[in-house]
Ligand binder design. Structure first.
Ligand SMILES: Nc1nc2c(ncn2[C@@H]2O[C@H](COP(=O)(O)OP(=O)(O)O)[C@@H](O)[C@H]2O)c(=O)[nH]1
Ligand SMILES: [Mg+2]
Length: 240
């Protein structure tokens, strides 16, 4: 898939401030400093689109970018460096949890894990949270250039061994590097496949007359209505 336009849409502090849910979204999440913003820039083909910082915990907002005017990439705040983070389920902020659980146009999360490190408890916990909450995701191992391929493979295998007991079929994984650009085509391929599935689903739906909203409901925001009426993501026949 070619990226012909990549535009910064907005920075939202919480779910209700996010733009309307008209376009499919693909969100990047992972530990602070795992390489979310760098990878987003590589995918978009535009250096400097999302701000890259050597200081962990920089992104506090939900940063949204529109690609090819038809879908969005979302740079979520990283977990693991929140001030006062406790060693319990609130390791990442409430806005992110709400976004992941309730954003109806969220097609897939890219859960980023650093391949240069052995399994980190916080990442294992986070992937468990995604699984428990039925959030659709693929796992993306980042910074493949930082270690030898053999070291990366050892770390990846150790991580997958940790989470394997939760699944009959393990989640799909990718390996990439924002430095070399390796893995870009594969990740854009995932987005392309999901976009094609959404288009096919929309094309096969019978057309129905739009329902007129009752009076009090009209005062609610489009996002609120969408969530109340349809706590459901696009029903995709995923290839994994
Ligand atoms: N060697 C290497 N460094 C990377 C890679 N991706 C990101 N980094 C560096 O890791 C740091 C954090 O990157 P950033 O994208 O801001 O991470 P974020 O906090 O997850 O958004 C920066 O210093 C990046 O230059 C990669 O693929 N390889
Ligand atoms: Mg970032």
């Amino acid at each position: 898939m070619d990226i012909t336009s990549a535009i910064f849409e907005c920075s939202a502090p919480d779910l209700d401030s996010c733009p309307d849910e008209a376009l499919p979204e693909f969100a990047f999440i992972g530990r602070s400093n795992v390489g979310k913003s760098s990878l987003l820039n590589v995918l978009a083909g535009q250096e400097g689109l999302a701000r890259v910082s050597p200081t962990p915990g920089f992104t506090k907002m939900i940063n949204i970018f529109t690609m090819n005017k038809t879908w969005r990439l979302v740079d979520l705040p990283g977990y693991g460096f929140a001030a006062g983070a406790r060693k319990d389920s609130t390791k990442f902020n409430q806005a992110v949890a709400n976004y992941l659980k309730h954003r109806t146009n969220l097609c897939s999360v890219f859960a980023l894990i650093e391949s240069a490190l052995p399994p980190q408890e916080i990442d294992v916990d986070f992937v468990e949270w995604l699984t428990r909450n039925s959030v659709p995701y693929v796992i993306v191992f980042t910074k493949a250039d930082k270690v030898t391929p053999a070291e990366a493979q050892t770390n990846i295998a150790a991580f997958m061994a940790r989470i394997a007991p939760w699944f009959e079929k393990p989640p799909v994984t990718f390996s990439c590097s924002a430095t070399t650009g390796n893995g870009r085509a594969e990740l854009l391929g995932v987005i392309g496949e999901l976009m094609a599935a959404i288009a096919a689903e929309a094309g096969s739906k019978p057309t129905t007359a739009p329902e007129v909203a009752p009076e009090p409901a009209r005062q609610k925001s489009a996002n609120q209505l969408a969530r109340e009426n349809r706590k459901r993501r696009p029903d995709l026949n995923r290839p994994w």
